[in-house]
Design a binder for this molecule. Structure first.
Ligand code: NAD
Length: 256
């Protein structure tokens, strides 16, 4: 059980981040949810999650494209035993047309923010004598696709930084690992299915199998619950000697 531990999950008002937050809360951890918005519904989401699992749950708004806000998120949380760097965005374009501001935003939100949150969280983990850094990378942290220069670069960067954090904490009761999902069933992916089917003049089932899950040999999406379960495993005693590595949850993508 993770009772008494506090988990900060960045970008957790939807998708994988929310799934991981729910998983950790179910395992007993107090959770801090985050996104760049600061709406009533964000705070309500945390409140409901807290009630559902009987844990303390808060929402702290922070725009992670800004380093100082990423640092302030962890400072404001006050304690951090489990840090899940999850916030992310995507943009698809050939390099020569790739908008510079998109490149900067993707690197800032997905790579630099993890550097900033980790820098503030590590002293908290050292003080507590226990810590888990879990970076949500991607199959694109290990392989590439055309037109995703910023995303692939940021995710490879996250995998590299994960190894450095693991080495700097190797003799302590702290581990750092990256989860590398293939395609995960999230609202964002769900929304792409009808458009993809239309574009390729296929049924939705065919579009999922032949286009969306083209590189996922299982031909099934991973679920946010499975990513949450992987995070819980990384927090368990069985995973104490697992550090500085990646765990793929990708239906065989990286085996191809
Ligand atoms: P999502 O869009 O549902 O979630 C992204 C989260 O990041 C949201 O909560 C969003 O508000 C937050 N976010 C975006 N910009 C932010 C900012 N500037 N500051 C703070 N928060 C911000 O997408 P998702 O699919 O759940 O993705 C979550 C992570 O998982 C991302 O890092 C993504 O790259 C990674 N991932 C997703 C898949 C997939 O198939 N869905 C596969 C591999 C990796």
């Amino acid at each position: 059980t993770l009772k008494g531990k506090t988990a900060i999950i960045t970008g957790s008002n939807s998708g994988i981040g929310l799934g991981v937050a729910r998983g950790l809360a179910k395992a007993g951890a107090d959770v801090v949810l985050n996104s760049y918005t600061d709406r009533d519904e964000d705070h309500r989401l945390a409140e409901e999650l807290g009630h559902e699992f009987g844990v303390a749950a808060r929402y702290i708004g922070a725009d992670l494209s800004k380093g100082e806000e990423a640092r302030a998120l962890v400072e404001q949380a006050g304690t951090c035993d489990i840090l899940v760097n999850n916030a992310g965005i995507q943009h698809v374009a050939p390099i020569e047309e790739f908008p510079v501001e998109k490149w900067d935003a993707i690197i800032a939100i997905m790579l630099s923010s993890a550097f900033h949150t980790t820098a503030v969280a590590l002293p908290m983990m050292r003080k507590a004598g226990w810590g888990r850094v879990i970076n949500i990378a991607s199959a694109h942290g290990l392989t590439a696709s055309p037109y995703k220069a910023a995303y692939v670069s940021a995710k490879h960067g996250v995998v590299g930084m994960t190894k450095v954090v693991a080495l700097e904490t190797a003799k302590e009761n702290i581990t750092a690992n990256a989860i590398c999902p293939g395609y995960v069933h999230t609202p964002l992916v769900e929304a792409q299915i009808p458009d993809t089917a239309k574009k390729y003049n296929m049924s939705e089932e065919e579009a999922i199998e032949k286009v969306i899950l083209d590189r996922q040999p299982s031909k099934q999406f991973a679920t946010v619950e499975q990513i949450g379960g992987t995070a819980i495993f990384l927090c368990s005693e069985a995973a104490e000697q697992i550090t500085g590595t990646t765990i793929s949850v990708d239906g065989g993508w990286t085996a191809l």
